[in-house]
Design a protein around this ligand. Structure first.
Ligand code: BES
Ligand code: MN
Ligand code: ZN
Length: 492
């Protein structure tokens, strides 16, 4: 289903429901579409306003069946909250919530009236994204689907507007859902070889991407002892995949997106507690995010070269698993004392980071469900953001802000280095009890070196714990939009 743009008058559109934004304070400032509802349905509108049924609070919906003077079957006043605080992120969520509600209420054909003030490219794209994000379902493996009506069409009604922005929104929303679909798969179904095949299918279906797959033998030959140490406990083979996008005219910059993909994380010999362990199926959400971003980048064709690096392993327990105290040699030659086999994400990432550097990348962003400590620090609201370069960090944060993805800048001072000291190897893979998300980031920084870099810890944000009006409980697809925005607004 593709969201489309239409300049049909809102009264003439036949739809199961026509969405009209209603801001707080009796719908003031009233928009032209809100006034149009009043023009032919004044009694109803006055009644729901004065009774307090329709206050315009965010995510509130008030339905009028068979409105006068409209071809649509229903008008749905969509609460938009305080007009002064309304922004594209608000519209994205509001549309997502409306779609979720429509699916429960048997409405398949929807239209959204967007007044001129809200018909800018940012709002148009956000609205289209919101449709896809809200329509996403997590019950792929249920033989009888939860009761709902599938969305058949969604039109954005605007007198004038940029159809390219709506197209962008469709691509972003679908790509975010591609990522969510991967992250939602359980560990027995999405094994490392299956993830490689899913990536390959995406690359084949996209125009302008190339893919390289490094298997265990190739990685052993190169000397990726850190990644292979994590993989050795599992009968599942490990992979490092590289997905490449090259613009028509070669760019001087080359952006690397590196994403952790542990298809299931038991913790290894330093095994995790049973409670909640099932969630470790989404320990590949970082890898899924960079693949989703590449899917969108292939269609939007930015001017900068982008390569995705995804190290894929299962962190299992078994007779062959690595032991606490093992010392491994990473691709860069640096040795690591593995004090805790559950700190495996950083071990696979550093070999991918070194491999990326050898491909001549000029900028790096990595994304990983890396630490429980970031969940303690920021909850499920903000992505933890770390960087070694203020300029690049600000450039990335501007993308995240435009996309309404909340990220919090965390410290990464050199004082943290001493937490990672090992008497037996160049570095230890854990830093002890305190500042766990920072020492994890610092560990990566040791391999990144001077390349401008941003690290994103999505352990708390890659999975939505409680369902939201605009999103079901499950994988969020966070970071996909920010990555695509970064590539599409590249300026250096
Ligand atoms: N995959 C986990 C981190 C995680 C925790 C993701 C909660 C999603 C939700 C990671 O591999 C891990 O186990 N980290 C350890 C590191 C510790 C051993 C230093 C952690 O955070 O407990
Ligand atoms: Mn772990
Ligand atoms: Zn993990």
């Amino acid at each position: 289903m593709q969201v489309t743009l239409s300049n049909q008058p809102i009264t003439a559109v036949s739809a199961d429901a026509l969405l009209i934004l209603q801001f707080e304070a009796d719908g003031r400032p009233a928009t032209a579409s809100y006034d149009a509802v009043r023009a032919s349905n004044a009694d109803w509108l006055n009644e729901v306003e004065s009774s307090g049924e329709a206050k315009g609070k965010l995510f509130e919906t008030t339905i009028l069946h068979r409105p006068q003077g409209f071809a649509a079957k229903r008008i749905a006043l969509a609460g938009a909250g305080d007009a002064a605080k309304f922004d594209p992120a608000g519209l994205r969520r509001l549309v997502g919530a409306a779609v979720r509600k429509a699916k429960q209420n048997g409405a398949a054909d929807l239209a959204l009236a967007l007044d001129t003030a809200y018909a800018t490219p940012e709002y148009l794209s956000a609205a289209a994204e919101g449709v896809h994000i809200g329509a996403y379902e997590v019950d792929t493996h249920k033989s009888k689907k939860d009761e709902r009506t599938e969305l058949a069409s969604f039109r954005i009604l605007a007198a004038s507007g940029d159809a390219g922005a709506v197209r962008r929104g469709n691509i972003l929303g679908e790509s975010q859902n591609f990522t969510r679909g991967l992250a939602n798969e359980p560990g027995n179904i999405l094994t490392p070889p299956v993830l490689v095949e899913r990536a390959r299918a995406m690359v084949r279906a996209s125009e302008g991407l190339e893919m390289e797959v490094l298997d265990r033998d190739r990685m052993a030959q190169l000397g990726m002892g850190s990644l292979l140490g994590v993989a050795q406990g599992s009968p599942q083979p490990p992979f490092l995949i590289v997905v490449r996008y090259k613009p028509a005219n070669p760019s001087k910059d080359h952006l690397a997106l590196v994403g952790k993909a542990v298809t299931f994380d038991t913790g290894g010999v330093s095994i995790k507690p049973a409670d909640g362990m099932e969630k470790m199926k989404y320990d590949m959400a970082g890898g899924a995010a960079v693949l989703g971003a590449m899917r969108a980048i292939a269609q939007l064709k930015p001017d900068v070269q982008v390569s995705a690096f995804v190290p894929i392993v299962e962190n299992a327990v078994g007779g062959n698993a690595q032991r606490p105290g093992d010392i491994v040699t990473s691709l860069s030659g640096k040795t690591i004392e593995v004090l805790n086999t559950d700190a495996e994400g950083r071990l696979i990432l550093v070999d991918a980071i070194e491999y990326a550097k050898r491909q001549g990348v000029t900028h790096m962003v990595d994304v990983a469900t890396l630490t429980g400590a970031i969940v303690v620090a920021l909850g499920h609201i903000h992505v933890g953001l770390f960087s070694n370069d203020d300029g690049f960090r600000q450039q990335f944060q501007a993308s995240a802000a435009r996309q309404g993805e909340k990220m919090w800048h965390m410290p990464l001072d050199d004082d943290y280095r001493e937490y990672l000291k090992s008497p037996f190897a160049d570095i230890a893979n854990i830093g002890g009890r305190w500042g766990g998300s920072i020492t994890a980031a610092y560990f990566l920084k040791e391999w990144v070196g001077d390349t401008p870099w941003v690290h994103l810890d999505i352990a708390g944000t890659g999975w939505i714990e409680d369902s939201k009006p605009y999103m079901p409980k499950g994988p969020s697809g966070v970071c996909v939009r920010s990555f695509v925005d970064l590539a599409c607004n590249w300026s250096k």
